[in-house]
Design a binder for this molecule. Sequence first.
Ligand code: ZN
Ligand code: ZN
Length: 244
Amino acid sequence: MIKGLHRLSTLKSTWVNRDNTKGLCVGCLSANAGNGLCHLCKADLPVNQWHCYCCALPLAFPGAGTLCGDCLQSPPPFDRSLIPWRYQYPVDSMISRYKYNGQRKFARPLIAGLSEHLHTAILESGEAKPDILIPSPMFPARRRKRGFNQARDIAESLGKALSIPVDTGVVRRVHKVQAQRGLSREARLANLRGVFKVCAAVPERVAIVDDVVTTGATVRVLASALREAGAKEIQIWALARTPG
Ligand SMILES: [Zn+2]
Ligand SMILES: [Zn+2]
């Protein structure tokens, strides 16, 4: 079904990315797509069904409120992660096209799906909403190069759908970090020390918004800074989580 996504890489500047193609599925180009993905391609997305309650790490077994070994051993400075998909094909390709090629059409179905997921998990269950959404900040030079911060774009869509204000001024990324790949968890955390600066008052309940959570090192450091500045309940909202 969604194998057609490969084909779309060659069509990136053509009709699939134009506004007048509303209704076409980005996975297979069939018509009648809601939010850019037909129901068959939507059913093919890798759902993060069994996962750690706290960091959303995909797990091989079910269990409500289960924690992964990492969260048991070293509890993160946040309370819960709501991340509906696993970072696997085709979600990884869709996010790459959005992030690196600026093709928002590929993110639209994922953002809409995340919004539905949050609606069920928070609003329909009667939980209190976060006071603000905080997009994971990007280093300014990097944002200029990319042209946009995908975390901010996602947060703005969620904020509109769930009626929660987005605050982009609360925290800033003040240092560039070295590549994290290949570093141990301790080294990653040390690498990120002092990277975020909280610049304004932080309300009690916040949700950090990002596109993908990989090792979780960045959200740990960001959540620590927000907790030190007064946040009491911190959630992580993202599109996808890497399997480990
Ligand atoms: Zn389709
Ligand atoms: Zn965990």
